[in-house]
Design a protein around this ligand. Structure first.
Ligand SMILES: *Cc1c(COP(=O)(O)O)cnc(C)c1O
Length: 420
């Protein structure tokens, strides 16, 4: 019989105990390109003093799995550096990032302002959910800074920003909107999923009149999109430079019990190094296809911030400006088009279904190109913002990693199939 009992293992322990308590420690100094997956609901404390001195806000100690492990801390810090933020928190989805910010900052009697083209579920949360808690809202025209200024009232506590806006892709004058919020001392929260930390720096949008740096106060991401890149993980992040805001959001986060799975965190850490490559490749492909659609007789309008004539193009040009002749400026690989006014909803649906490489589905930033049809008639509340579109029925295309020539051929054959 060989004795496999490791050195220092007290032989008095029973088998059940020896399966849990084991003195072996692997050698130190292990390094690989991968970030280790540290899991734990329970996290051991070295002493009761360590329990009492735990730091719930700034990642200097560990408390409980819900509040993070080395794996999630590393992703949070990488995302903070990507965005130029001081603090970052992970949540289970992009929508959870939005709802956490709303719940952390809004109280009964407060008002929240949303751009009319805000990510739909944010509007739905505010309209259908938060109103039951005595929180009101109004929608502003994202391309009209004066409209935002007019709508700010004594009860306004939070303003949401989005660039480019969801589905209709208007690009707002982000520095001007942030400056209005700053002037009124109101927190500005940006949904920065489109920019992904690459198209522009949300906390460094420019300078104020007094020379102070101008930026938003909070930036949230749906990591589900570009950072994940696989169409397989749901996660969100909330970043800020403001310690007070970070603490308010972190407290709310703890009280809501929002945790993330470390295997999912690792999946995002694994794909993060290729974020910029994927973002710029999908941008190039999307611009090729947007150009193709602009020439097509069945297309009334292409909504892509980098296209001259697209709503808010000049604002995109200024903020995400090409920095030299080789630089095209950056855009996410997502855009929409309005089909010719003669197209019925049935014909639009038939077009979506005729596509072979583009699959019908929500989300974006993954390997597979996606198509989705929308009718904005019932979703928008600001007539001026709707009036910029050549129609309310539109088709959104999210460009994956297929070869753009094959995607262009797919669009061409789908037009042919529906007789356009
Ligand atoms: C997808 C998306 C979200 C929500 O992200 P989920 O992880 O799907 O909840 C929020 N904002 C924008 C702009 C999005 O595209």
């Amino acid at each position: 019989m060989t004795d496999s009992t490791p050195i220092n293992m007290p032989v008095a322990w029973n088998t059940a105990t020896r399966l849990i308590h084991h003195p072996y420690q692997p050698p130190e100094g292990f390094e690989s390109p991968a970030t280790a997956v540290h899991k734990g609901s329970t996290i051991f404390f070295p002493s009761m003093a360590a329990v009492r001195n735990r730091d719930w806000a700034f990642k200097t100690t560990y408390t409980y799995g819900l509040h993070g492990t080395p794996t999630s801390f590393i992703l949070e810090e990488r995302l903070a550096s990507l965005e130029g933020a001081q603090h970052c928190l992970l949540v289970p989805s992009g929508l959870a990032a939005i709802s956490t910010v709303n719940l952390a900052l809004l109280r009964q009697g407060d008002e929240v302002l949303l751009p009319d083209n805000v990510y739909g579920p944010n509007k739905s949360l505010v309209e259908q959910g938060l109103r039951h808690y005595g929180i009101t809202h109004a929608c502003y025209d994202p391309l009209d800074v004066e409209d935002l200024r007019r709508k700010i009232g004594p009860r306004t506590r939070l303003v949401w920003l989005e660039a480019a806006g969801s589905v209709s892709m208007e690009f707002p004058d982000l520095p001007a909107l942030a400056a209005v919020c700053r002037e009124h001392g109101i927190a500005a929260a940006l949904d920065n999923t489109w920019g992904a930390g690459l198209a522009f720096q949300p906390f460094a949008l420019g300078r104020q009149a007094d020379g102070q740096p101008l930026g938003v106060d909070i930036s949230i991401h749906a990591l589900t999109k570009y950072p994940s890149g696989g169409g397989d993980v749901l996660m969100g992040s909330i970043a800020t430079c403001d310690e007070r805001l970070h603490k308010a959001i972190k407290l709310c986060h703890m009280r809501l019990g929002l945790g993330v799975g470390m295997n999912d965190v690792e999946a995002i850490l694994r794909n993060l190094p290729s974020l910029a490559l994927r973002y710029h490749a999908q941008d190039r492909a999307a611009r090729q296809l947007a150009g193709f659609l602009q020439q097509h007789r069945a297309v009334a309008q292409v909504l892509h911030p980098a296209l001259p004539g697209s709503p808010g193009h000049a604002h995109w040009q200024r903020l995400c400006a090409p920095k030299g002749p080789e630089d095209q400026g950056a855009c996410a690989g997502i855009f929409s088009f309005v089909p010719d006014a003669s197209w019925s909803q049935d014909r639009i649906d038939a077009f979506c279904e005729a596509l072979q490489l583009f699959r019908i589905g929500y989300s974006w930033g993954g390997p597979t190109s996606l198509v989705m049809a929308y009718d904005l008639q019932t979703e928008r509340q600001v007539p001026a913002s709707l009036a910029r579109l050549q129609g309310t029925r539109l088709v959104r295309l999210c460009i994956g990693l297929e070869h753009p020539d094959d995607l262009q051929a797919d669009l061409a054959q789908a037009f042919q199939t529906v007789g356009a």
